[in-house]
Write a protein of this length. Structure first.
Length: 503
């Protein structure tokens, strides 16, 4: 079952949707055959992994209720796997993908599907058994796998202190991934808080409410004070700011990644050693590093040289390895936001070129051309990938450059970010709205929410029997019918699991 689920994800990434659905259904059939039989301890990890990978497949198709159900089934198996090799790696993978779910739901637990009746939460650990070593006492949570998955705050997504990261005995790569997940959650929390503060300020000024969603991003947002009730992650960061602030989490993640690669030297030819590249992991670290750096107002576009290099590294990596767009977690959204920051950089450089009336220097011209070429290439990849996704999962639709800007259209921006089809995540919207006033940002965020809702309704209608919108999705009617048939098999498996777990 775990192998079928792996290959199904590969087929989906290769745009072989029919094959992916067949393989996904094969996973369900395998699990259904053995679901009522006792699981041998030696197979428990593989079964838990199969359920998570199948849930991952479901999330890629926009089916979040089934993702959360299969995720919880995975947790019920992990609760029996203390001191088993590989458990920390799977927990870190769950944590990283949870950070994506956390982001697209704007950290709002009220927006999550109610799955408690179908798949009951794991029972909370007995009082006094939820602590362990020094790290557990310091952060107030356990790093024991069975206690991590039974913690009430982790039933829908892992939050609070990063439980794998604080375990010094866990593999370095797993700790690094969990640290990145914590940094993503922290930035989402504080982007939400910044928007809420902005909305309250505008409400006080205008005497009315502000709808929709928006946000703020970057290190400023991550260091700003919150509004309203702190999340579990926000509470942990406030209590241990020196260790758990977003910037230090990214630095720790990079250090741990280097430790892993140093220890994982693979013998090469001629007696030389080669290190596994971990392109996806490096991409996430570079993206977070660029997002959290303060910037330089004196430089073109307000970006430092290291920020520009990090953004180009992110985009060039995905150009060379486009399958990274399918990497679990918020990777696709990070790449989209890196492209948006390249837009701001190009606009700043273009404005400086036109302001003085002088021709740019050789280095400035070369940098502009390099950034523009990179932006055009990554925008093409993102546009193709975006069309394949359900509306709920799409990040920004980024506009083309205006090559006439500054000539036939004086004063026009080189890339008009006002034409961006914005993501529904407040944290992602922050990258587009970073140069806008609070009033404009709130209005554009509200408009983006309305457009996304309308697009979701059109997509739902396109999947109906009588109405079709061919430009909405690449899933044609035949694939939809196959998916509907396989959904019944999924529901059958989930019904059996619900009965077993409840009893």
């Amino acid at each position: 079952a775990a192998r079928f689920s792996e290959i199904a994800l590969g087929a989906l990434a290769n745009n072989q949707v029919a094959l992916a659905l067949e393989l996904s259904n094969a996973t369900v059939m395998c699990l259904r055959e053995c679901v009522e039989e006792p699981i041998h301890p030696s197979c428990m990890y593989d079964v838990a992994r199969a359920y998570f990978l199948h849930g991952l497949f479901r999330s890629y198709r926009g089916d979040m209720p089934r993702y959360f159900k299969y995720r919880r089934v995975c947790l019920t198996h992990l609760s029996q796997l203390d001191n088993v090799p590989g458990v920390e790696s799977l927990l870190a993978a769950i944590s990283f993908h949870d950070s994506w779910a956390y982001m697209i739901h704007n950290a709002a637990e009220d927006a999550l599907p109610d799955i408690d009746e179908a798949i009951p939460p794991l029972p909370a650990p007995p009082q006094g058994q939820d602590r362990g070593g020094d790290a557990d006492v310091k952060y107030g949570v356990s790093s024991n796998p069975s206690l991590i998955v039974s913690n009430p705050i982790n039933q829908m997504w892992i939050q609070g202190p990063p439980p794998v990261f604080i375990n010094n005995e866990a593999p370095a790569l797993s700790r690094s991934l969990d640290a990145l997940a914590c940094a993503v959650r922290s930035c989402c929390d504080q982007a939400n808080a910044r928007f809420e503060g902005m909305a309250k300020e505008l409400e006080a000024q205008n005497g009315g409410g502000i709808g929709g969603s928006g946000g703020g991003g970057g290190e400023e947002a991550c260091d700003s004070g919150g509004c309203g009730k702190l999340s579990a992650t926000g509470t942990a960061v406030m209590a241990n700011e020196e260790e758990l602030c977003s910037r230090n989490m990214v630095l720790s993640a990079f250090t741990l990644l280097q430790q892993h690669e140093t220890a994982a030297v693979v013998p090469g030819g001629g007696g030389q050693g080669t290190v596994s590249k971990n392109h996806g992991h490096h991409l996430v670290v570079s993206a977070m590093d660029a997002f959290l750096e303060g910037g330089d107002e004196e430089e073109a576009g307000g970006f430092t040289d290291s920020q520009i290099q990090s953004l180009l590294s992110v985009c060039n990596t995905v150009i060379e390895h486009p399958l990274l767009l399918y990497q679990a977690g918020p990777t696709y959204h990070m790449i989209s936001n890196a492209a948006v920051l390249l837009c701001h950089l190009l606009n700043g450089m273009h404005a400086q070129r036109g302001a003085g009336g002088e021709a740019p220097g050789e280095m400035e011209a070369a940098l502009f051309d390099e950034v523009l070429d990179t932006y055009l290439a990554v925008r093409k990849l993102l546009s193709i990938h975006r069309r394949k996704l359900p509306v709920r999962l799409r990040c920004h639709g980024i506009p083309r450059p205006n090559l006439a800007a500054g000539t036939s259209e004086p004063g026009a921006p080189f890339i008009d970010l006002g034409e961006t089809l914005m993501c529904g995540s407040r944290g992602c919207q922050a990258f587009v709205l970073m140069a806008c006033s609070p009033c404009v940002a709130a209005e554009r965020a509200r408009s983006a929410a309305q457009k996304q809702q309308a697009a979701a309704q059109q997509e739902a209608a396109a999947n109906g029997i009588d109405v079709g919108f061919e430009d909405i999705s690449e899933f044609d009617r035949e694939l939809f019918d196959i998916g509907q048939e396989f959904d019944l098999d999924d529901d059958d498996l989930l019904n059996v699991l619900s009965r077993i777990i409840a009893t």
